[in-house]
Design a protein around this ligand. Sequence first.
Ligand code: BDR
Ligand code: CA
Length: 305
Amino acid sequence: MRKNLIIDTDPGIDDAVALITSFFAPNIDIKLICSTAGNLGIDVTTRNALHLCELYEKNIPVAKGLPGPLNRPLEEAFGVHGAMGFGDYVYDGVKTKEIDLPAYEAMHKVLEIYPDTTILVLGPLTNVAKLLLEYPEDSKKIKEIIFMGGTKDDVLHQDKPYPEFNISRDPEACEIVLNSGADVLIIPMDFGHYAYIDEEEIKRIRHINATGKLFAIMYQNYKDGHVTDGNAATHDSCATAYIIEPTLFKLEYCKPCIKYYDGKGVLVSNITKRKTRWRLAVDMDYDGFKNLYYGLMNVAKTPNE
Ligand code: BDR
Ligand code: CA
């Protein structure tokens, strides 16, 4: 049986790769895509999500998210993803439109119809926090909230946790999600800068098919500071990999909280042996991840291929 899924995303290069590959995963059924303000402003991320659905002829409703974080101004990341979010890849406008409901209302409706739906968040947690503020009882309907955010405390060997983008852009939203009563799984950023796509791979994927070429064009100017220039991080694809193939990951229970350093919110995971509502991915099978990534890229055909 396919897993019902809502993807909340701020495309964004690694979001685009994660979305496209998950379009072709046989075991998931994407009921809704919500755009979120993060890497770029909400109009750009919404248009980018619509464009990807058009490009692959996927008839998935797209709902527009809130214009910015709950309590703070939006800080975009166009330096990383390019002015329009897809690096060197540009497209003409879109023909389709987002649905009439705002993202949190659209999520609520999906949960009414499919109460076992998982919500996967690839950007700041603003929309899901708004859903849980407006409809707190939905925390019991959501199968699990899985988000790409934070870092594994021990990995970066820093004296204080790193303000990872998705968390630090809207830490108050993350606190609401963590304290909502819903089951939560955290996929930290670290996997995506170890499981990077290197320069040689980027040269090769250009020739695999139109999807490989699209990824290569997006990657050629992807300026994620966690990998050296010319290589491409895969943060958000690591999170979709968990949905598609959970056996690739080792998980631990944790008791996460947000701490503030100089006004910046960081996620501290606090691993524990006791069973809790929160789990943290602590290890990933990197070869297995690459197999999954390339397997999906190979079958990700554009309609004209
Ligand atoms: C996260 O930040 C964004 O730039 C990426 O899309 C990813 O979701 C990594 O920290
Ligand atoms: Ca993202």
